[in-house]
Design a protein around this ligand. Sequence first.
Ligand code: HEC
Length: 163
Amino acid sequence: MTTSTKSSAQTGSPQRRRNSAERRYRARSKLRRRFAGLLALGIALVGVGFLYAAFAPEPQTAQAQGTPAQLRLGEQVYNNTCIACHGANLEGIGPVPALAGRSPSYMGRQLFDFQTGARRGLWSDLMKPIVAKMTAEDLVNITAYIASKNPPAADVRQTARAN
Ligand code: HEC
């Protein structure tokens, strides 16, 4: 207290210069502390962002209801047996209908009807041998996989027109 009173009286004295340098230094280190805090916060936020990106669940369509195991088995069957006619993106080719993202109960019913012969369309004979030996479990796996795939935007419009 006495020092500051003295220093204000001695304008421009070495004592006052020292004091103002000290004040500047203190202000700067306060600013530095604040900046370091902000920097740490920024780094923490970026870190949380990376963690979220690494562990975020895959986006799924509304009809994706199968377990990961069912989806995996369904995908295997699709890639081995169906891909040649229904396409790499389940988009259908010519008279072969698109399957991506379609209702699992409807798809399951169609496969069952191909098996029993209840569905007898112009092209149904192509499907009959495919499903002949499939079990109910196979049908559940494959329809779960089909439903989990997002249809390409263009195919949504095609399906809507065709129906
Ligand atoms: C040899 C070509 C071929 C293969 C292989 C094939 N399909 Fe098909 N699929 C067709 C054709 C053609 C139709 C249309 C049948 C009709 O109109 O009656 C069809 C129809 C379907 C339908 C009915 C779709 C609807 O709109 O009603 C489903 C579901 C289906 N296939 C699933 C499968 C699955 C699952 C596999 C593999 C296990 C498979 N297909 C393999 C040719 C094929």
